[in-house]
Design a protein around this ligand. Structure first.
Ligand code: 13P
Ligand code: SF4
Length: 372
């Protein structure tokens, strides 16, 4: 039980695999403390949530849910099936289920496919992109390798399999600094995220030389179109208007690694989406958090508000990842209906050439080995 006496999300049967009737689904949705989940929304969506849960259980489907999923979609995954890119990759590597629905963007589902090539990996919308993965490819890795011969290439997981296949090791926002330190030599090439690279460069000052696209070269890199929207002046204004002064014991400003370097420096804590969630959980546990702002995708804050009703969260609703937003309840229901009726799954299935899988598996497996 939370200190407020409210029941936290994690105790809800909705987050488990137990069969529930439509009325029970509605009751559980009503118990959620989500400000934008009104009775109207519940009435509109409960039937779809119920149908998805029923078919998920019937076909023994694993449904991975990234932390950026809107609350109703996020809640379709069990606690174990929810997470950041690293946690979900680890889960995908170890699951026995033959169907894996990945509620996230396709590059994430590709990682699952590479780690579990015999499984059927499905996504709600194959057209969902990512400004990092979409603007960087294998040719860009090759160009950097030519420019810095001998330096190992560490590729951020937000990239497609063909670019990973040209790289030495993969990383996520949960382990980048740690992985970089395990690499041989004093220089690493980090791709494709330019802000992330600059943040890593600062973090590893004196330990590793980080080279990246655009740093004394003309190689192509990319930034996250969502996190680049936060500027230092936004954060200063947020601190002022929401009364979150620097150094306050119980009020905190969080940022994701993909933010601009000056934004990261201004924050009180930075990390991956799950690391941010864990820091909030630990502070709540010790009654050390009353107010927070998270400079990241806004549905992360929606999920946090639901899970930690005792914390006052402010959010920038317009900072939504349009790619993640393509993953909707109705589309997920369509995948499950297709599985149920034995229909063709081509529209949803993530496929990769066997040789790309073989080449891209190595950097991902190296990352997983170095993460434990
Ligand atoms: P995490 O790995 O921290 O969940 O981040 C993924 C992502 O796409 C951030 O924008
Ligand atoms: Fe890509 Fe940014 Fe969306 Fe994450 S939030 S999926 S990095 S565009």
């Amino acid at each position: 039980m939370h200190p407020t006496g409210k029941t936290p999300n994690e105790e809800s049967p909705l987050n488990g695999n137990k069969a529930l009737s439509l009325d029970e689904v509605k009751t559980e949705l009503h118990k959620r403390h989500h400000p934008s989940l009104t009775s109207l929304d519940i009435e509109a969506h409960a039937k779809t949530v119920h149908r998805i849960r029923t078919l998920k259980e019937k076909h023994d489907v694993v449904m991975l849910g990234h932390n950026y999923m809107e609350p109703l979609v996020f809640g379709l995954s069990t606690k174990e099936e929810q997470g950041d890119s690293l946690g979900l990759s680890m889960y995908a590597a170890n699951t026995e289920a033959s169907y894996l629905i990945f509620n996230g963007v396709p590059f994430m589902a590709e990682t699952a496919k590479i780690l579990s090539p015999d499984k059927t990996v499905l996504v709600a919308d194959k057209t969902a992109g990512c400004s990092l993965a979409d603007n960087f490819g294998a040719e860009d890795v090759k160009k950097l390798k030519d420019l810095y011969p001998g330096a190992p290439v560490m590729i951020y997981v937000n990239s497609y399999a063909d670019a990973k296949a040209e790289s030495d090791i993969c990383c996520t926002s949960a382990n980048a600094a740690h992985i970089a330190k395990t690499m041989p030599g004093d220089t690493i090439i980090f791709v494709p995220d330019i802000f992330f690279a600059q943040n890593l460069e600062e973090e590893l000052k004196g330990e590793k030389n980080v080279v990246y696209p655009g740093k004394d070269n003309t190689a192509r890199g990319a930034v996250c179109e969502v996190h680049e929207r936060f500027t230092l002046s936004d954060l200063v204004a947020i601190r002022e208007s929401f009364e979150i002064p620097k150094g306050h014991e119980r009020r905190k400003l969080y940022a994701h690694w993909e933010c601009r370097p000056d934004v990261l420096k201004e924050s009180d804590f930075y990390g991956s989406t799950s690391q941010i969630m864990k820091d909030i959980a630990a502070r709540v546990e010790n009654d050390q958090l009353e107010r927070a702002f998270v400079a990241s995708e806004c549905e992360l804050t929606s999920n946090l508000s639901q899970e930690f009703p005792q914390v006052q969260f402010w959010t920038a609703c317009s900072v939504r990842c349009s790619h993640m937003a393509k993953v909707r309840l109705d589309k997920i229901a369509n995948i499950l209906e297709a599985i149920d009726s034995g229909d063709d799954l081509t529209e949803y299935e993530v496929t990769l050439d066997a040789d790309v899988i073989d080449k891209a598996r190595l950097p991902i497996e190296r990352m997983l080995e170095a993460s434990v």
